[in-house]
Ligand binder design. Structure first.
Ligand SMILES: [Zn+2]
Length: 571
């Protein structure tokens, strides 16, 4: 490819809506263009990188024995109704009708489709395990599409689905995918961490997210400073924290005018926040009021609450519902309530506390010196708070640290959820019919590219890791009008391509400064400069984008080998 022919229109001004560096740089360098909210065209540079990431994924998937297929993007509503997800998926699902009025959706994921496919084709234990994958566009109608390829509405995803005869088989398939994911992200050059994730309604411990580490990441991660434990902050287990031992004092009611936040109450009563209990009231898709109580400085974790009550989602409870249960918004407390009128969940740390302050279920009133083990009524005591840095590790004596991440992949044990709902069964060696054990495994392909750019850039532009760079080398003749050096540059360009090193030639009649800037912006891993001055030294000048390291490579001798060595050593 010659840069004079390359369709990579660079931009001087990026739109104000682009806040992430990866989004800005991919627009500026001519990788992507937006047509509407969350909908992007991949221009040649991005598309070449995407195809390289896809190729890495294919090779590693095929290595595990998974087989590539391609399913339709448009999916009939019937299979989603059968699994029960047509109604619960909500507004993120893009729904449409055909000319006959039949309902369809644009696939946000393919569990229903693949289960329906294999249930008619896989019958015997002899055909298991099977793992099928595809690389395809998915559609999710995000409320706020943003961050370029990071959170778009149409996006490219690799999704794989495993089918096994039993749980041990599923565990083995899951581990194979987990290992393949590590190889894939290693090869892409990404800095990542696999973390324990929330398995949602399916429960168990069967989900990991692969997080690209980046301060700009949307997801919070906690990890242990001592052992290997790492988890999505939403999922991280929290140990019950100890509280100083104190003799219980008599319960007392206090007037607290206008103090309807925990900060206001603690200020007014001069009570330490570590000796206060705050409340959050939810309702869920199952209906009913759920009152949750945590230590004043902690946050209630909605996912843990959702899982604890076996719901699909929780939302803030309306004031009327709170009043019907005999309490008052802003002054809720777990004393004197009726667990027949509401579900009361108390965080396990709270039960270790003494002489605490909490709401008294009447306007402008709080209790002080409440003794949780003596005074509180509850349905259940359990872990319902969100982990914070400094918490004790659930697996060792270490402490948790925080980081931010970009979710680039997830592996998930589905067990029998879809096979039972959709009737995907097989016959075991004794001829008994059993549901298959399934796993699902996703990688965001465009998001992986965006995460790579987010991790590798500087003030001059993108720094592409060599395995995912659109071209590995750019040959840059300083002056195309200087016949000698220009023909040498062309010769080097041809030779490198013939030897399998993907090379682009900047043959534009532009000032050298402009060409240098563009090469840095696009982020080619290695830049080779040829001009009258380097010719005088009988050399080409080689610069590594990642390290900035420069050196001369002699024009005589095996320069292909020399350049290959430079490439081998760089990012
Ligand atoms: Zn630990």
């Amino acid at each position: 490819m010659r840069v004079s022919q390359l369709y990579a229109p660079t931009l001087r001004e990026v739109p104000a809506e682009a806040v992430l560096e990866s989004h800005k740089l991919m627009l500026r360098a001519g990788y992507i263009r937006k047509i509407a909210g969350g909908l992007y065209s991949y221009l040649p540079l991005a598309w070449k990188s995407i195809k390289k990431i896809e190729q890495i994924i294919r090779e590693e998937m095929d290595r595990t024995g998974a087989q590539e297929i391609m399913m339709p993007i448009v999916q009939p509503s019937e299979i989603w109704k059968e699994s029960g997800r047509w109604d619960v998926y909500g507004a993120e699902m893009f729904r449409l009708k055909d000319r006959h009025g039949r309902e369809f959706c644009l696939g946000p994921t393919h569990e229903e489709m693949i289960t329906t496919l294999v249930k008619n084709e896989l019958h015997s234990y002899r055909q298991l395990p099977t793992n099928l994958y595809q690389i395809q566009s998915k559609f999710r109608d995000e409320k706020r599409p943003r961050f370029g390829l990071m959170r778009s509405r149409e996006f490219i995803m690799k999704d794989a689905y495993s089918f096994d005869a039993d749980e041990a088989g599923l565990d083995a398939s899951y581990q194979k995918m987990y290992d393949a994911y590590e190889r894939i992200f290693d090869r892409c050059g990404l800095k990542y961490r696999p973390v324990e994730a929330d398995p949602g309604a399916i429960g168990g411990n069967g989900s990991h997210e692969f997080m690209g580490i980046a301060d700009s990441g949307e997801a919070g991660i906690v990890y242990c400073d001592t052992c290997d434990y790492a988890a999505d902050v939403e999922k991280a287990e929290c140990a019950a924290l100890p509280a100083p031992d104190e003799a219980p004092l008599p319960l007392e009611k206090k007037n607290t005018p206008g103090c309807n936040t925990i900060e206001a109450v603690c200020n007014f009563l001069h009570a330490p926040i570590l000796k206060s209990v705050k409340a959050v009231a939810f309702t869920s898709d199952k209906g009913g009021l759920v009152l949750c109580f945590v230590r004043g400085d902690h946050e209630v974790n909605e996912i843990k609450v959702t899982n604890a009550i076996g719901a699909n989602e929780v939302m803030m409870a309306p004031d009327e519902m709170i009043q019907e249960a005999g309490t008052v918004p802003g002054f809720m407390g777990p004393i004197g309530l009726d667990t027949k009128k509401c579900t009361i969940l108390i965080d396990s740390t709270v039960m270790n506390m003494h002489n605490v302050c909490c709401g008294a279920n009447a306007v402008d009133t709080h209790y002080v010196n409440a003794e949780p083990s003596r005074d509180f009524v509850y349905t259940k005591v359990l872990d319902i708070r969100t982990a914070v840095k400094g918490d004790k590790c659930p697996h060792c004596e270490g402490h948790l640290k925080e980081a931010r991440g970009i979710e680039v992949g997830q592996v998930f044990k589905l067990y029998k959820k879809y096979s039972e709902a959709l009737g995907a069964t097989f016959l075991d060696p004794d001829g008994r019919e059993k549901p298959m054990y399934m796993g699902s495994y996703g990688i965001g392909v465009g998001r992986t590219l965006a995460a790579v750019v987010e991790q590798y850039h500087d003030e001059n532009g993108i720094i592409m890791p060599k395995h995912v760079a659109p071209y590995e080398v750019i040959v840059l003749p300083v002056n195309v009008k200087d016949a000698d050096s220009f023909s040498k540059a062309e010769e080097i360009y041809e030779t490198l391509n013939q030897h399998g090193i993907e090379t682009i030639l900047d043959d534009r009649d532009e000032r050298a400064g402009v060409k240098f800037k563009d090469a840095d912006l696009i982020g080619y891993p290695v830049r080779i400069v040829v001009g009258p001055k380097t010719m005088a030294r009988n050399a080409m000048e080689c610069k590594v984008r990642y390290t900035g390291e420069m050196k001369d490579i002699p024009l005589e001798g095996d320069y292909v080998k020399a350049i290959r060595e430079v490439l081998d050593k760089t990012l």
